[in-house]
Design a binder for this molecule. Structure first.
Ligand code: BES
Ligand code: ZN
Length: 869
């Protein structure tokens, strides 16, 4: 079982294979919200290499009713159960253990294990929730084949779903009925799921490339089922894409998805029975924004794609988490890039990395993509495991190329199918397929912190020799003082005076090919000889590795690069750099502002540019991205500078903004087409800038009043609220009443209120907590109100009086008893507190320190300890 060392941590180095295997499990549920009885029969088989070991099973807070071994009641002396672990002594050889336990779904507010959500009964088992359902070796390397029988009152629970294929169903007479399911694939307990209740569905049949007939169903409560069509289409798109791009087919007769109003996370990939937060399923044009549609498609794809990267090939232990999550994020990102705009997807990902993952990697909670120890695994579902993990796969893809990458993936799936794998298995498959030594590549998994790549350039006018010296350095992180060099594929390009690329290949001690240098040592030198003029260099095109580039480049050079660069992502990135100079670099600020303004003027009048891309260029680096680049963050000053720059740019562009806003009106009305979404994106970006110049916010008011799509209404409402327009209160009330019955839409306006850029937003948040809307047991409500306040409202969260920190700390303390994982996640908002300028740092400490002693859950305690360490 999971071994704890004296330091209270589980260590990767302590991994031991299970002493008992469980080739088969059969579960029977007598479902009832108040008291459900679970009967389990586990077929046990000792590992021949470890004979004579006691059987240890996990079981958290279970009421044990019966226990038998091979059909005989087990004498009390043969087993111990301490409320967490069941130990059975004196077993030898294959045998069958049967237990009966009682659990209480309606009282389960943690939303782990079996719980009630409205009229439904649902499960969430990853990472360690199964042990709250029945006794089991709750570790991913124990993978039974399963049979599941569900019994319940037919009126209350007309639909009974479980993993795998349906076997049979029957009426039991007394108002009850029964359904049996079989999951023939070896599956760890964390992928177990059931769902029961008055569910309705939308459904589609298709045939896989291998010829299997599959029924896809999306299930929801009756009032929601009309909004499931889009998600159904997304499942089909993901299924086809995995066939085409990775050659992976679906492997059961049904693929069921259930939408739940109460769910801690976004969604869960249980084998054959995905369970989703309703916000990532339900959508129609009147309640979902364009961003919601794209997010739904991407989350649906993510969970579907886990069927191979996670389920067919699962994890040996939780230290390997990024093996499924990083890889699946890489896969879902490729899916979205293939279906829509690759450049826009890259912009979205890079914003997330620079704004949030870099901060995580530089803060108190920094950890390697493969941690070597943990206290609470639920605290490791982080941007580092997910997003940095995906970037590392992308580095591998760049190093070996698409064909070898695909061959490596084929080999990984073939070698590990039905098994519990490690990152070493993944790397070995790719090394074998590509013929490349990936020893150094593996360091990416072991070292925390964002590497800095610093470049210095030297041009000798007499000889025409041009030298680039490239250093890499990864800063220290908690528990890791010294880092070794990583393999970093760094793109570069040299332009001559008229913007053509210098084609001469450089001499170098590094491997260099087609504009890409593979950095492997702490320092490399690239040298060109006999150039006529000093070239203009550019680096890290496409953001080819999760690194920070440090290169002192003048604004005039950046401005020239913007003109020469043709790739959309790279142009966007250059504009972000100009904006960063304008915001953070005092001496260059004015020049950078001018250059940025010129570039934006060009983009706004460029009829060829995708309007959605232009919209992205109007979005300056966000607060987090800027703060991350400062050693000490004066929050108020940083926000003020950003607002000033936005005001100034808006004034410069006002005419062009008006023209684009008007001109795109017709295209914006074309439903869900890419063209219409793109038009709405740019119109909304223009609207946000134009509203800065208009205290009456007439345009925003008009867009709000015109109705239109949710994308347009919510963007207009944001402008009205955030610029405190005269019509803000009336608009908010109108919107609120129009959507009062829809919790997901209500979350949207609540988030707008919680992110109003003003210290007084704190009072609005407190007021909302005093209304009947506030249900702290529902994670979506918490995220909409407290999560967006803490993560996306710098002026209110970082109030100088510390009241913002106090509000969040109080919520953490209150939530800790209700939903510990949600409480722990909120604490993450403090990850960078040591860099906040006084008096904020002292205020943060004053809010955090008293939590010690107020937190009962190991989840939140683990985070608090690491924050204060
Ligand atoms: N396996 C996770 C869900 C999960 C996360 C379970 C944490 C238990 C603890 C799932 O595949 C996932 O990654 N979901 C993400 C959304 C995804 C699109 C990145 C989530 O829930 O946030
Ligand atoms: Zn996932």
């Amino acid at each position: 079982m999971t071994q704890l060392r004296g330091d209270g941590h589980v260590h990767l180095a302590d991994y031991a294979a299970p002493a008992w295997r469980i080739p088969h499990a059969e579960l029977q549920f007598e479902l009832d919200p108040d008291a459900t009885v679970v009967s389990a029969r586990l077929c046990l088989s000792p590992d021949p290499a470890q004979p004579g070991q006691p059987l240890e099973l996990d079981g958290e807070g279970l009421e044990l009713l019966d226990i038998t071994l091979d059909g005989q009641p087990l004498a009390p002396g043969r087993y111990d159960y301490d409320g967490r672990r069941l130990v059975v002594h004196g077993l030898s050889g294959d045998c069958e253990l049967a237990t009966r336990v009682r659990i209480h779904p309606a009282g389960n507010t943690r939303l782990e294990g079996l719980y009630r959500s409205g009229d439904l009964l649902l499960t969430q088992c990853e990472a360690q929730g199964f042990r709250r359902i029945t006794f089991m070796a709750d570790r991913p390397d124990v993978m039974p084949r399963w049979r599941i029988v569900l019994r319940a009152n037919r009126d209350a629970f007309p639909v009974l779903l479980a993993n795998g294929n349906p076997l049979a169903s029957q009426d039991l007479g007394d108002g009850r009925h029964e359904a049996s399911w079989e999951n023939p694939h070896p599956t760890p307990a964390y992928l177990f799921a059931i769902a029961a209740g008055p569910l309705e569905r939308v459904s589609r049949r298709l045939q896989t490339a291998e010829g299997r007939d599959v029924e896809i169903n999306i299930w929801a409560e009756p009032s929601d089922v009309a909004r499931c069509q889009y998600a159904l289409g997304a499942v089909e798109r993901a299924l086809r894409w995995d066939e085409q791009r990775f050659g992976r087919c679906y492997d059961l007769d049904v693929f069921n998805v259930v939408a739940a109003q109460d769910f801690t996370m976004g969604a869960m990939e249980n084998k054959g029975l995905n369970i989703f937060n309703a916000r990532y399923i339900l959508a129609d044009e009147s309640t979902a924004t364009d961003a919601d549609f794209l997010a739904i498609e991407s989350v649906v794809a993510h969970e579907y794609l886990h069927n191979w990267s996670g389920n067919r090939v699962t994890l040996r232990d939780w230290f390997q988490l990024s093996l499924k999550e990083g890889l699946t994020v890489f896969r879902d990102t490729e899916f979205s890039s293939d279906l829509h705009s690759r450049a826009l997807k890259r912009i979205e990902v890079v914003r997330l990395l620079r704004g949030r993952q870099f901060a995580e990697d530089a803060g108190a909670l920094a950890h390697p993509v493969r941690p070597d120890r943990y206290k609470e695994i639920s605290n490791f579902y982080t941007l580092t495991i997910y997003e940095k993990g995906a970037e590392i796969i992308r580095v591998l893809h760049t190093l070996v190329g698409e064909d070898a990458f695909r061959a490596g993936m084929d080999r990984y799936f073939a070698d590990n199918d039905g098994k519990a794998a490690t990152l070493e298995d993944f790397i070995a498959a790719h090394a074998a397929a590509s013929g490349r030594d990936l020893t150094q590549f593996a360091r990416w998994y072991a070292q925390a912190g964002t590497p800095e790549v610093s470049v210095s350039a030297d041009f000798d006018g007499a000889s025409g020799d041009y030298t680039l010296t490239i250093d890499q350095n990864t800063p220290p992180t908690p528990g890791q003082q010294h880092k070794q060099p990583l393999v970093i594929p760094l793109r570069y390009r040299l332009f001559d005076a008229d913007g053509t690329s210098v084609t001469q290949a450089p001499e170098s001690d590094a491997v260099v090919r087609d504009g890409l240098v593979e950095l492997t040592a702490a320092r490399h030198v690239l040298r060109w000889r006999g150039l006529e003029d000093k070239p203009l260099p550019a680096f890290n095109q496409g953001f080819g590795a999760p690194v920070k580039l440090v290169f002192d480049q003048g604004v005039d050079e950046l401005a020239r690069l913007v003109r020469f660069e043709t790739d959309s992502f790279n142009r966007w990135d250059l504009l972000q750099r100009l904006a960063t100079e304008a915001l953070l670099a005092r001496p260059q600020a004015e020049a950078a502002t001018g250059a940025l303004s010129d570039a934006l003027a060009g983009l706004l009048t460029d009829a060829q540019a995708d309007p959605a891309f232009v919209a992205e260029c109007l979005v300056l680096p966000d607060f987090d991205t800027l703060a991350e680049q400062l050693d000490e963050v004066d929050v108020q000053a940083l926000v003020a500078r950003r607002e000033e720059l936005l005001d100034r740019l808006a004034e410069d562009q006002v005419g062009r903004l008006q023209v684009r806003y008007e001109a795109l009106a017709d295209a914006a009305r074309e439903g869900l087409s890419g063209r219409a979404m793109s038009a709405r994106a740019l119109r909304n970006a223009c609207l946000a800038w134009l509203t800065r110049l208009d205290p009456e916010a007439r345009l925003a008011q008009a867009q709000f009043d015109a109705g239109g799509t949710m994308t347009e209404r919510i963007a207009a409402l944001r402008c009205l609220l955030h610029f405190q327009a005269p019509g803000a209160d009336a608009a908010l009330a109108g919107f609120r009443d129009a959507h009062a019955g829809d919790p997901l839409v209500t979350d949207k306006w609540v988030a707008l209120v919680a992110t109003r850029p003003h210290p007084d937003a704190l009072g609005d948040v407190q007021s909302l907590m005093a209304t009947p809307w506030w249900k702290p047991a529902n994670p979506n409500r918490v995220r909409a109100l407290v999560g967006s306040f803490a993560r996306s409202n710098p002026l209110a969260f970082h109030r100088l009086d510390g009241a913002g920190y106090q509000l969040v700390a109080d919520q953490v303390a209150a939530l800790d008893a209700v939903s510990p994982q949600v409480a722990a996640r909120l604490l993450g908002a403090f990850e960078s507190w040591r860099r906040w300028a006084e008096p904020l740092r002292a205020r943060a400490r004053a809010a955090l320190a008293p939590l010690d002693g107020r937190l009962a859950s190991p989840d939140a305690r683990d985070l608090l300890e690491r924050l204060l360490d």
